[in-house]
Design a protein around this ligand. Sequence first.
Ligand code: PEP
Ligand code: MG
Length: 869
Amino acid sequence: MNYIYAFAEDQTLTNQELGGKGANLAEMTRLGLPVPAGFTITTAACRQYLASAKQETGFLEDELMKAVHILEEKTQRQLGNAEQPLLVSVRSGAPISMPGMMDTILNLGLNDQTVIGLAEMTNDPWFAYDCYRRLIQMFGDVVYGIDKPIFEAALTALKNKRQVQKDTDLTLVDLKQLIETYKGLYVAAGQYQFPQSVDQQLRLAIEAVFKSWQNPRAQTYRRLNQIDGAMGTAVNVQQMVFGNYQGQSGTGVAFTRNPATGEPGLFGEYLLNAQGEDVVAGIRTPEPIATLKAQLPVIYEQFKTIANQLEAHYRDMQDMEFTIEAGQLYVLQTRVGKRTAPAAFRIAVDLVDEGVIDRPTAISRLKPTMIDGLLHPLFETSAVQQATQLLTGLPASPGAATGAIYFDAQKAQQAHEAGEKVVLVRQETSPEDIDGMVISEAIVTSRGGMTSHAAVVARGMGCCCVVGCQQLQVDYEQREAHFAGRVLKEGAIISVDGHTGRLYLGALPQQTGVHETTLGTVLSWCDEIAPFAVWANAETPQEVATAFEFGAQGLGLVRTEHMFFGPERIFKMRQMILATELADRQVALAALKKLQITDFKQIFSLAEERPCTIRLLDPPLHEFLPQNEVEQAELATALGISLAEIKRRIADKAEVNPMLGHRGSRLAVTYPEIYQMQVLAIVESALAVQTTYHHAVTPKIMLPLIGTATEMAYLKQLLQQTINDYLVENQQQLTYQIGTMIEIPRACLVADQIAATADFFSFGTNDLTQMTYGFSRDDIGHFMPDYQQQGLMPAEPFQTLDQDGVGALMQLAVQKGRQTKPDLSIGVCGEVGGDPTAMPFYRDLGIDYVSCSPYRVPSARLAAAQSQL
Ligand code: PEP
Ligand code: MG
């Protein structure tokens, strides 16, 4: 294997070797598109460089000389030649896109001699010297770490001295003087020299790009996006074309579809007479691409054709960089474009409709986490109408967020660590700001367009973002922002609407749930291929309705204890718990039964024929009793007993270890009347709903915390008897099931015995994890951060299924349960039922459904389908 390949030289090379940019440049060259010539140094070279103790590029030398020679032949120019100088860009290009995180050098090849050659060749000395001073600046920054602001300050000082506003107002003499000043800055920064040898420039630039793989912002980006740090970056060396050349020249960035909404059609921005970084860095605010149609119609059409060709070729929305040099169009880069969550769904559906991709491909391109993005908040409409609008910018990334404003990333981070919600406000952002951007509720910039750094990064993170608030001036020194005669000081609270681009003073209330029609379409495709169903854990009518709206195919867990909260209900519950005589308990239970019937009727009618799994009372009774004396005294009065007596009865129920104490089905062994009341409430509600709504209701009654086959058999018999007596007495018929949670390790070990009487199983992974690890689910916060810091536990096991331990018990339970009953219905209703990473495991386990909270249902449907691809 070689380390260096000319574009399109070897068809077998992939992103892994060439990096995304290099592979795409090669592919575009093969497609016959106007791509400036160049070559790619592979990621293997970067790995070799970084691994060697001395970090030198000697091993590349022969191939580099050959590659440069071929490039010189192709371009009819030579590196370092004073008459026909070849100028190149040296760019990073990782296997997985990391926009703006690593380094790039443009205009390499200029020195005191070749700049004269370039001036003569182009007949434009100003342009040539401008290129040269840009090179010195970039080279200093990238190779020697001389901060950009040092160069910017020298440029500003010169403009102030000359009393001009724009760079282009400087004269040729000014530029030459600036170049000398810049060279002086090298010396001042550490006795460096700007190398006049172009060979040395090239080698140092390549090394700097290799090294930039390890810079802190690239490392942060990789950590956030789970990108393997061992891959290394490729380096692309490519002939420069000039968007800042005379005449019809310019540069731009465009997408084949709108990356914020997914709307089809070219979307992008460009600047005439500018180099690429001016657009990407947001230094000047560019024109929308539609304007190019009017300005340079022929080029616009040519670009549109290329864009369509690229999208059709890659079968996905493309993000392209282009440059126009003296009327000639070049495509510098194409890659699959980053997009917001709503855009991702719309594009996936549109591409299927257009026949470009099939449904499984569309599903595979979406991420479960994107769905949270779709359910992004909006501000309440009425609050927006009354709010004080401050400014409007470009809506770069949707969402609605409120926070205190900070003008630098570090301050924002400190405020965040102190518990504040922050909005990062900057003139423009740069990759160094990444740590501050990650923790911000929203990002606002005064400059830059929809493709600026801030916009791209925020969209990728799903963070609310507004860019290009032109009127806004940020005074970093005074730590305040000015606009239209107003001042906003650091710490002021603002609200940012990423859907409209508007900023408001103060905090605005939010509404949730943006309706996305394409989401429904994709999820219906998912249900067709998913290996198991997605149900929901819900108890209030509101939650149940939301769950079905989000496509839950059943209710996997209705926790009945949640129905006993609320002032009136808890009183009846307390009355029941504290009763010392069965007769008193029966009175309280009768009242509770009425309340339960109201709830169950609503749930059964909302569920229609979908399965509903109602779990009988689970928590230790002590949890329902008042802990403070005021409430205890009130309860004593209401029950007509003394405070001392109340305290005694409460103390009587206290347990040393309640989660392993008198809870779950154990309650029913002591107080069978509680579960008897609950099953009758279920049966009566089901019968009533069947009569009123004319649809079948088949309740699944679920017992919590079963650990032995005898418990299961005893309680099933008891409850069956109660139900059947009722049905016989009332001459009614109802199909129902009585099954169990599997949430005690012992239940997994004897699942064959339990399955003899259980009609179904549902894994309660919260308790199962708790008891398998011996980690209290309520106290894990005290020690889990230490485990994670020490690398002892990669993921929190209550949120991410522990496949090795808890999963092994589940496997055993499934195997043993189905040994007894081959068609035993089995689900997962603990928190990890919605864990996207566990879906392939569930598929292999052969379960029938997972059940999770309503808002996780859509992402679980997507993840379930993806496990099948
Ligand atoms: C479980 O233990 O996983 C479960 C679903 O029940 P709960 O969280 O109510 O204990
Ligand atoms: Mg449980």
